[in-house]
Design a protein around this ligand. Sequence first.
Ligand SMILES: [Zn+2]
Length: 156
Amino acid sequence: MSGLLQGTGESADYGRSRTYEFRHCWVHVSPGYTETVYHDGSRVCAAPELNETYFAKAERYGYGRDVAALSREHEILHTFLAEKLGYGSSPTLWAVAHNHEGGVAPVWEMEEEETMVLAFQVYLNGGPAGEGVRRLTDAGLDLESLRVEALALLRE
Ligand SMILES: [Zn+2]
């Protein structure tokens, strides 16, 4: 699947479950929610909100009205991009999974990661490479290669 889904408020993948395996976690995708589970058993669950704010967010990041795809891909990309940057796992999701305890990422770093993931989602959906993706290019990563790889991972 590629391109934008418009108007349904549901993903074409709705109803499909899948598990992605990363270095330090699994990401389980289920109808309506996405769960990142670390090898130590800690987890983060995310679900799209069915309200106008979230619909507007989906549109802003290139998903039309597909809030499910925005949420699902966002969660997977946190870990995908963190691995590409050389982190073992997403500092943000790790912090959330561990209740922000035990030497986890500071808030500013989590905000920076959040901005980067969202900016990459815009780029993934054919939008411009905004300021937020600079962290990726500064690290020497090639945006277009990342895009191709991410699309294959997320939508094939
Ligand atoms: Zn996030």
